[in-house]
Structure formats: C-alpha cells, structure tokens
Design a protein around this ligand. Structure first.
Ligand code: NAD
Ligand code: GLY
Length: 348
C-alpha cells in the first residue's frame, strides 16, 4: 500500500493506493453509525455482489444511480438525499462514493449538504477519478446553465484507490483518464510527460507497476497543488488546463458526444495551439504536446460544431472575469499560466 497526505490542517486526509477492493471497502466502513454506499448501475453490476458478500453483517445501505454524466443533476441529488433520510442516516453516518467522477461528485455534494455535512470517503473506480476527481474536495452537479455550476468544496475523510478495478474499465474510459494524466505532465512535470510518452503502451495495457507509478505521481501533484490552494484562489487554477474549451465542448453537445476526458484532450490541443498562436510556446514544444495528444487517438476535428456556440458557452464559464474568458495556457515545459482573453482574441 502507498500512502500520500493531502495537507489541509484539520481537514487533512490520506490517499491510499492499494490493490484489493474488498479490503478497501472494509477500511472504508470502519466508522460511522450507519453507512451508505453510493454507486452507479455499471459499477454495482461489476462489484456490488462481491462487496455485499464480503461485508456480510456490516452490510451498508446502497443507493444506485444510472451511470453517466446525465445523472449529475439536482433531481439525482434530491433522490439520494431522500433515500438517505429514509435509511435514517444521522450526523454520525458515513457516505462511501464507489464509482467514477460522476458518483464521486454527486455523492460528495449530497454528503456535504445532508444534515449540514456528514463524513464521506472516496473509492474511485475510473482512472480519471483515481488521478483527479476523487482528490481535492470539489463536489457538484451540472445545471442547464453549465457544468459543475452548483457544488461545494467538501473534503473526503479518505481516498482509497484500488488500481486493479481498472481492468474492467472500457478502453474509451481509460483514454479519458489518460487525458487528465497528460494534463499533469503539461502543467507541472515535463519529466513525467516524457515518462507517459515512453510508457504509453504499458499504460494502455494497464501494466500494474506502471499504473501504480502513474496514479501515484498524479495524486502527488494534485496533493501538492490542493494543499497550497484548497479553494482555487491561485495555483489550483492550473488544473483547469484544457477545461475552458473542454467544458464548452461538453455543454454545446449536451454532455452526450464526448466523455469529460475526451473533451479535456481536445481542449488541451486547442489551448496549446492558442498558446502557440499568442507566442507563449514555440512550435517545437507545441509538437511535443500534440505528439502525446495524438497517441490517445481522440479525434481533434471539431469542424462539425459551431465556433459561435462554443465561444458563447466559454463566455458563461464560471472561471471568467468580467468580459474576459479565463484560459490556462502552457508557457514552457511543465509550466502554465492564466491568460484572460476577450472572446474575439481567441484563435483556433
Ligand atoms: P463516470 O463517472 O461517468 O464513469 C465513466 C463510466 O465508467 C461510467 O459508465 C461508469 O459506470 C463506468 N465505470 C466506473 N468504474 C468502472 C470500472 N471499474 N469498470 C467498468 N466501468 C466502470 O466518468 P469519469 O470519467 O470517472 O468522471 C467524469 C466526471 O468527473 C465528470 O462529471 C467531471 O466533471 C468530473 N470531474 C470532477 C473533478 C473534481 O475535481 N471533482 C475533476 C475531474 C472530473
Ligand atoms: N479538476 C480540477 C480541480 O480539482 O481543481
């Protein structure tokens, strides 16, 4: 087992990287008068029975939501909260979020408002959730006005990662997670970016040793950033590289065409291109970035979409200031900065 600390004073917690889901579940339920497991249908179908059998008498209540981004709504939060009330959960109860980023974000948000906040533990089961969404305490839902526009900063009590559950992940979801992995290399650690490039095939094959190293490095970087800036007043903004365009793409396609990770991959490409057009990076570094982005084989063609709609969606991004759109752009290897642009200054 490997252990990392998210250092947030009295809200500090550990990320444990392990390889046995059942042991992890045992650890997750070690406190709380009542436990509720929130998961989605796919994850439940894959792991629900084994968990129930293993936990036997300590069996937690279970709330299962439909899989996918379409579940990240206020209606699902209402459903979860009413189920939690029906189960008689108290302020001393605990929520376990077992699933990808959708489950983690919505279970965390529900835990943050149930009786003004009860404990929750993240057990992320997608690569994207293991390297990013389960760590750092951002929780929330989508509203018609935009992605993650309602939510809270609410830290889990622990993040418990089983690298082996990734073996059931569809390839498309693995690639989505790789998008966020690449992001860490570009924003923070150029040597890591090189490692990802060299070990890309091993990552695709889920080589256990390589995956453990990759997940650990991503969590280390996220821990370092979040420990300095929990509420995104400064350095945490760098985690949004690829996300201004990425969130716009998700919004104008009604969260149906792209997974979050795919949208971020396309967003990173066009934001790196923008950085090159604005003179922040040279052609050679842009090529290094695009070489690794191409390895994901995600189509970067967005000509079928309206740039006007995309720009309009980006104008509504919650990170903007005044009339300007906030972008995180690469300025050197392993370095990015926030650049504010008027909509007509954005180059494609
Ligand atoms: P997801 O939760 O929709 O999971 C993707 C799919 O994989 C789902 O169909 C799910 O059922 C399935 N799945 C999960 N684990 C599996 C497993 N082990 N085997 C087989 N199938 C499995 O998507 P995601 O990519 O994990 O997360 C995306 C969400 O995370 C987005 O809503 C995004 O906004 C959010 N996010 C949040 C943060 C944060 O800081 N809170 C950061 C990044 C992304
Ligand atoms: N995924 C961005 C953040 O956690 O800040």
């Amino acid at each position: 087992m490997e252990r990392l600390l998210i250092d947030l004073g009295e809200d500090s917690y550990y990320i444990d990287i392990d390889e046995d889901l059942l042991e992890i579940m045992d650890k997750a339920i070690d406190s709380g008068d009542k436990i509720v497991l929130i998961t989605d249908k796919n994850v439940d179908n894959l792991y629900g029975k084994a968990i129930e059998k293993f936990l036997k008498d300590k069996k937690p209540y279970k709330i299962t939501i439909p899989p996918g981004e379409k579940s990240k709504t206020m209606a699902t939060v209402e459903y979860i909260l009413s189920q939690m009330l029906d189960c008689g959960l108290t302020r001393n109860s605990k929520v376990i979020a077992l699933g990808g980023g959708v489950v983690g974000d919505i279970a965390g948000f529900s835990a943050s408002i149930y009786m003004r906040g009860i404990d929750f533990v993240q057990v992320p089961t997608t690569l994207l959730a293991q390297v990013d969404s389960s760590v750092g305490g951002k929780t929330g839902i989508n509203m018609p006005a935009g992605k993650n526009t309602v939510g809270s900063f609410y830290q889990p009590k622990a993040v418990l990662i089983d690298t082996k559950v990734l073996k059931t992940l569809p390839k498309r979801e693995l690639i989505s997670g790789i998008g966020e992995v690449i992001k860490y290399g570009i924003i923070y650690d150029d040597m890591f970016l090189n490692d990802i490039k060299n070990e890309f095939e091993a990552i695709l094959k889920l080589d256990y040793k390589v995956m453990k190293k990759v997940i650990r490095r991503c969590c280390e970087i996220k821990a370092a950033i979040v420990s300095q800036d929990e509420k995104e007043k400064g350095i945490r903004k760098i985690l949004n590289f690829g996300h201004t365009i990425g969130h716009g793409l998700e919004a104008i396609t009604n969260y149906k065409k792209y997974t979050h990770g795919e949208a971020v991959i396309i967003g990173m490409y066009y934001e790196a291109k923008l950085a090159k057009s604005l003179g922040y990076i040279k052609e050679t570094y842009f090529k290094e970035i695009t070489d690794i982005i191409h390895k994901t084989e995600v189509s970067l063609d967005i000509t079928m979409l309206s740039l006007e709609d995309l720009t309009h969606a980006m104008i509504k991004d919650k990170k903007n200031r005044g009339e300007k759109i906030s972008f995180i752009l690469p300025i050197d290897k392993g370095k990015v900065k926030e650049v504010l642009l008027f909509p007509n200054e954005v180059m494609w």
